[in-house]
Write a protein that binds this ligand. Sequence first.
Ligand code: C2E
Ligand code: CA
Ligand code: CA
Length: 578
Amino acid sequence: MHKILVIEDDPLVMDNVIDILELEDYDVLSAVNGLEGVQRALEHAPDVILCDVMMPLMNGYEVLRALRADEQTATTPFIFLTAKADRSDQRHGMELGANDYLTKPFTPRELLQAVTTRLQQQTAVAQKYQAQIQDISQKAQQQLYQDAITGLPNRLTLGDRFADAVTDYRQEPESNRLLCLASLRIDRFSSLQHDLGYGTTDQLLHAFAQRLKTRFSGHSIAQISDAEFVIIFKPLAHKKEVTTAIQAFQADLNRPFLIAQQRIFLAISAGLTLYPRDGRALRELLQHAQTAIAQVEKQGGNGCEFYSAILSVGKAPRLYLEAELREAIAQQQLHVQYQPKINLKTQKIESCEALVRWHHPKQGLVSPGRFLPLAEEVGLIDSIGEYVLAVAGQQMRQWQQEFGQPLQVAVNVSSRQFNRVDLRQRVLQILVESGLAPECLELELTESTLVSDFTVAKRRLEAFRHLGIKIAIDDFGTGYSSLQYLQQFEFDTLKIDRCFVQNIHQNKGNAAITQATIEMAHRLGLTVVAEGVENQAELEWLQTHHCDFMQGYYFSPPVNGSEFATLLTSSAMAPLKR
Ligand code: C2E
Ligand code: CA
Ligand code: CA
């Protein structure tokens, strides 16, 4: 019920007004002079005040001034009741902040009309304020819990979501379900930000977040820094579901972002952790995810890796692994496998890639992705790299003599190895010892190896090329500035990364990029090798589009020396001719 305060010294007028208002169910308060009126107004906070002008003790203007000065009544609708029809008086009242003027005598209708109009206005104003307040608090809430650029939940929200996920997980009846947390970091983000400027980067981040939301809808996503995102997956049955989802997202990123008329490619490195296997606290899981990301980044980024305690930077496991690895080198647990590269024109094995393997006495075959990052970090990569070079060099020379073919071998060179001043010396020594011709040796480098010091890298590369040694750019397309590298360095071979080759016959984006890459490489005089060819359809697409070489499981996985020799002798090109 609305409260109306009537301030009027004339009892007749007062009674009349009270009657009219009470009939309409208003709650009416009265005051017989100005002073009492102010008191009652402050005490009862009425919804509307009706006030006479000419009164003893305090006139209507003084009442109004007093009420407007008080916070509580500053905006209460105020209507003057007066016998005076003088226009200048009316204006005086309005200037002081009155909302309306009723001239006595007024009809009940005029009075009620004036009151309802004011009440309606008051409600509208209140609603508007209410909406504004809600809006402001919502925005504050958003700022507190969301990233300002992408609108994704932030670290604060992540904590809540994680707690919810753990609660749900604990209630899951099936004990064999997995709760997985993935951390995704945009590769080379700071140099990207530097090159593009902040405005464009913001747009890019926004667009990136959209793709992330689309791909991982249904799971919990949060952004914990500019370039770092976390996904808490719904409980899953297999680890594979996570890697498949991440790889699908990595494939989404093969489609460039079009921002400010630029085509920008992004790649991400992902670290995956499992609750509670890798930790029970969010902080712990995030830390482990970082460790896994660091491993991926060391291999050039654009990949994903589950955290494994063996990779931990925590002293004990790493030291242990390091000791084991040293022993592995000493005890010759490291082996070299060879993966054939087929010339698509001659359909012959003309080359191969040497890939290192660790036959761990207890763990079995340990993949290079697991031990090379550590080897790189602690310097063991130098001896591993030299070992692979020496073994592969000798092996090639032997096969060349045995089969009378000019077989070529490609050896991966890590960043650290490439930056060694004596690398050229060591390579030369190996060539001399094995008797392998320099043009039969190719060094595979990734873009990340070349980024640290452009001038030095360029000089080193040229020095190798002057010796006749070939240089390949590996995992091409996974770094955002790849095109730039092609023009600045002189390479002999370009290896298109597996992520582009996958489903190339169906993925229009990948097909367009690869076709353009092949054309451009050819124009620059480079030989193109497609990595990771897994089926006939991919192979046919590559043949149609004039790719020079293929390497992949479809023809053969990496195999040991004797198996490779068998491949060389048999007419094992069968799959290509199917
Ligand atoms: P990479 O240089 O890109 O080598 C190609 C990787 O793709 C190999 O993995 C190979 O087994 C795999 N691969 C080949 N064909 C297919 C296919 O059709 N499908 C799929 N899914 N994969 C295929 P691998 O042997 O595990 O090596 C991983 C990485 O470790 C290599 O990537 C390379 O960067 C590094 N690496 C291996 N050996 C050496 C080495 O002797 N020295 C150095 N510095 N790095 C090495
Ligand atoms: Ca390689
Ligand atoms: Ca590669």
